[in-house]
Design a protein around this ligand. Sequence first.
Ligand SMILES: [Zn+2]
Length: 313
Amino acid sequence: MIAFEGACRICGNISDLVSSRSFDGEHYRCSICGEYKVAGTLIGMMQDKISNIKSRTNISAWIVEQNRKDVIPLITTNVFQSVSARRIPSVPDRADILLLEVMRAQDQVNEYISIENSQFIAPTYSKDSNEVRSLSHMLHKEGLLTTESGTQQDSWVQVSLSGHKRAEQLVRRPSDGALVFVAMPFSDDLASAYEWGIKVAIESAGYEAVRVDKVHHVNRIDDEIIARIRASVFIVADFTKHNAGVYFEAGFALGIGLPVIWCCRKDHMTELHFDIRQYNCIDWEDTEDLASRLQLRIEAIAGKGPKAVLGAA
Ligand SMILES: [Zn+2]
């Protein structure tokens, strides 16, 4: 692989453009955004960088997150649209992310880390290093970061004892608001769609999947289902095989105002009940397709869940 220099398609920073004869598109390594590929079909529609800040910070943060899972993501038009649309975390959440990032960068408790380092920009959804510095000031004011003593410089920081305690709380944050009920038939041929498709997508987005046959219960199944749906933040309903129970559970969830994310294996789409067709249904082909599209849909609709918090889960 021969690397050339090129402007990062996302942030415009000078980056390595990795030679990519094997696919139609470009492959970048950016010190801010991380490593990613852009599909040829999207390149034609892009400027030299993404000018919309929400879109840019969302995509940079998403790439870094994928890289941490050892994935070099391919940005297609669909991915671009779904990820761009995600809700940007609040300022307190972004300050928490920075705290955990500094902690991650610190090998020893007495080490100081330069806040100017470009690695802090993307995960904290920041526009540039100035914004990172503002977040760092906030953490410093709260006593969560300390700056190097004896210098006027405030760009070298270290996590304080209170900072370490705060980080511990974040990592052990209770799973309130993390449950997601999964409505789907209990059949062997759909077991891998649940295990490797739906469950993976829900967990990657930072939530916990709940399926009633997977939990021990002593109540009647109907009461158990109702209770589980009520405790969920949204539900995922898969209509493959057109199970009546799934229609009932999705209808109940809609009735109590919960978002429902609709899925159906492509070869069963034509029999989908007409009432459902008005909803944007993920017509998946295999478990991998289901996992990646469902995670994007979850993050677009509900944002990241409490368990994803800040990549520390
Ligand atoms: Zn970049």
